[in-house]
Structures are given as C-alpha cells and as structure tokens.
Ligand binder design. Sequence first.
Ligand SMILES: [Zn+2]
Length: 58
Amino acid sequence: MRGIQKQHLPSKDCPVCHKPFVWRKKWAKDWETVIYCSERCQRQAKQQRRQLNAEENP
Ligand SMILES: [Zn+2]
C-alpha cells in the first residue's frame, strides 16, 4: 500500500495534558507552530497564562 504510514507521522507532546499527539492533515501548513493537541488544551493554556498575569498584575 502506498501513502503515508501512520508510524512515520511526526508527533509531539502536548504541554497541557502531557499526551503525545500525532500530525494531522489540517496541520500540514503549520505543524511547526502547533503546540497543543486540541483547541481545548490551547484554551486551557491561555486561561492559565491569564491567571498568572492576573496574579502578577492585580
Ligand atoms: Zn493536550
């Protein structure tokens, strides 16, 4: 069978949920800028950062 084999796809670890996630077609253009496995994790990371900022600058 031709085409991309799953085990050859690149993967990263999500810093929020600490789970590895594998390259998806929708990330083909910006895989290097993808940090989080999902929008949910991205939102969570943003929220955490906002909380930290609020604590530092009340
Ligand atoms: Zn995640």
